[in-house]
Design a binder for this molecule. Structure first.
Ligand SMILES: [Ca+2]
Length: 358
């Protein structure tokens, strides 16, 4: 490889010294010359070094950011040269595939999930959060029609009210998945693009921002695209800051409102009876009358809802059924998972009950 360095160096020096439009073609692979070239204008020569040197997706991404968003090539390549590829993130994504669920019949899957979130300590922490940010929660309720228990439930399940917001450098996570995870590369490249635009707009240092292994940020674990579409400056300080609890409260409420939350509407209604042969899950659609005819009796008013989902929770030695109402489906827009939505709602209700009792 050493023999290739000299012509490459000459090419780069020519590029750096010439004031004429550059005819230099971009080197295909990484080069070790990451410094001392600040005088190079944008001529398509990649100075990307580090883990993504020679990565064609990364080079195309840089060119896109330069052309579409007027990013400075040298500066952006400097940032991406300091960005790390996180192999453990790739491993983790691969392990997200559906796994064997165990033998048929109830085995307590819902109880195990619920126990991760609905504990006495966690509920008390939720009460503390609610009390501390009561003004913002009430204002979000008035503004967006989303009640405090839902916002408290989301932020509780996502980050335990800011205690666990993720320690992975966002740019590392997003670049790894954008440039080295072809299955979802397009999605994560778009998220990385939006993330860089966010950091520029908010004046954040890209290399300082931390979050989840997949690039989710702040109290509500917003992806960059959610920041772009739904995050709001709810404390009116001129910045939309996902790491600010008040901005996060307004942003979560706005997210729910934009996804069709029905103010004052119920979330789910418990049912008595058993319908083991029916397909269940937040994505199912049934006429309420057909579930009733199949043997379920709602334990509360379904209102005038036209269709419901069938929620089935594994309680260990039996299944518990619920009529899922439109607001239940809205919670799954945050995370497409029946257990998740039920945990958010029940955690919020448990915090509300503990708060009222205290
Ligand atoms: Ca703000």
């Amino acid at each position: 490889m050493r023999s290739l360095l000299t012509p490459l160096l000459i090419t780069l020096l020519l590029a750096a010294c010439s004031s004429a439009p550059q005819q230099v073609t971009s080197p295909d692979h990484g080069n070790p010359f990451s410094g001392g070239t600040g005088s190079v204008q944008d001529n398509g020569v990649s100075l990307l070094s580090g883990d993504f040197a020679g990565n064609s997706a990364a080079q195309a991404f840089v060119t896109k950011m330069v052309n579409e968003h007027v990013f400075d090539r040298v500066q952006l390549e400097g940032t991406l040269s300091a960005t790390r590829r996180l192999d453990w993130v790739l491993d983790y994504m691969e392990r997200q595939a559906p796994s064997y669920q165990g033998p048929p019949g109830p085995n307590g899957a819902w109880l195990r999930y619920r126990k991760k979130f609905i504990t006495p300590d966690n509920v008390q922490n939720g009460v503390q959060f609610w009390n501390q940010y009561q003004e913002a929660l009430d204002r979000a309720w008035q503004t967006y029609g989303v009640p405090p228990e839902i916002i408290v439930g989301i932020i509780g399940v996502e980050t335990r009210w800011g205690r666990v917001m993720g320690k992975t450098r966002i740019v590392d996570a997003l670049a790894t998945l954008a440039f080295d995870y072809p299955r979802r590369g397009k999605y994560f490249a778009s998220e990385l693009e939006t993330f860089l635009l966010m950091a520029r707009k908010e004046g954040d240092n890209v290399l300082d921002l931390r979050g989840s292994f997949a690039g989710a940020m702040g109290y509500g674990q917003f992806m960059p695209s959610s920041y772009q579409q739904y995050a709001v400056d709810f404390n009116h300080d001129g910045h939309v800051n996902l790491w600010d609890p008040i901005d996060a409260i307004g942003s979560v409420a706005h997210y729910f409102s934009a996804h069709g939350w029905q103010p004052g509407g119920a979330v789910a209604i418990a049912a008595s009876g058993q319908v083991p042969r029916l397909v269940s899950g937040f994505n199912t659609r049934y006429l309420p009358a057909s579930l009733i005819a199949a043997g379920l009796t709602p334990q509360g008013s379904l209102g005038d809802v036209k269709q419901v989902s069938l929620i089935k929770l594994d309680m260990g030695d039996y299944y518990q059924y619920w009529f899922g109402l439109p607001n239940f489906y809205v919670i799954t827009r945050y995370n497409h998972n029946t257990h998740y939505a039920m945990a958010v709602w029940q955690l919020g209700l448990a915090v509300r009950a503990a708060r009222n009792a205290g």
